[in-house]
Design a protein around this ligand. Sequence first.
Ligand SMILES: Nc1ncnc2c1ncn2[C@@H]1O[C@H](COP(=O)(O)OP(=O)(O)O)[C@@H](O)[C@H]1O
Ligand SMILES: [Mg+2]
Length: 259
Amino acid sequence: MRQTKIDDFLELERRIREEVEKSREKDKILFQQAKLASLGEMLGNISHQWRQPLMEINSIFLPIEGKIILGKKVDNNEIIQAIEKLNSITKFMSDTIDDFRDFFSNNKEKNRFNILEQINSVVNIVSAGLKAHSIRLDIILKKNPELFGYKNEFSQVLINLINNAKDELISRKIKDPYIKITIFEEKNNIVVTIEDNAGGIKVSPIETIFEPFFTYQKHNGSGIGLFMSKLIIEKNMEGKLKASNKDDGAFFEIIIPKN
Ligand SMILES: Nc1ncnc2c1ncn2[C@@H]1O[C@H](COP(=O)(O)OP(=O)(O)O)[C@@H](O)[C@H]1O
Ligand SMILES: [Mg+2]
């Protein structure tokens, strides 16, 4: 009698362990899918970020070429200036790619990192795409705290939130569209808020948006961005990711305990 009870208990324990292992595997697979989906979103950002500089590169030497064709004299200074311009544009393009590569490197080490630095690399990736749609990006830094965790994942969360806001601002044809990011400290937490004026989240309950594959009224939605963002903030950084609506748009809060 006693022995069977112990056996039952051991069997139960084994099955629980098995199920936990299975669900962990599922999480891993979902996370991989999420990464792939956001790779697609990122590539979209990059192509925007590169279009303008490529056009500039195309035109830098046009005036010089024109002069040569017309048999006019070309000033050395003019050539040097064109080369300098070329250098600064290609540096910008190469910085974008570096930031991009950083996000997808499997750097699995938690580090201390500076929020502002990550925000800068995020801006390097999204700014052209926002500008193309006249979307203003305001960054209000009341504190420049350090965080501990995977810095690339943190940036990925910001990019997901920015891209979502951008999607709504564009599809709803909002006038004077903006995205505002605010960073401050509150008690023992570091708080980053991301808000927009796109009219808010139209699903109820709002929490649904964090479910894997939940996407609403989008042509190419994967429904994975917010799911992944929540995993990153809550599982990997022991923080909280919350969504709500304010009067004219959505309001996302990333709350991370200090140290
Ligand atoms: N800033 C926002 N304003 C309004 N709705 C939003 C906002 N951010 C997210 N949502 C809603 O949450 C859904 C899920 O977002 P996400 O997980 O990133 O998937 P996807 O962007 O692929 O649809 C979106 O389809 C959208 O309906
Ligand atoms: Mg999204």
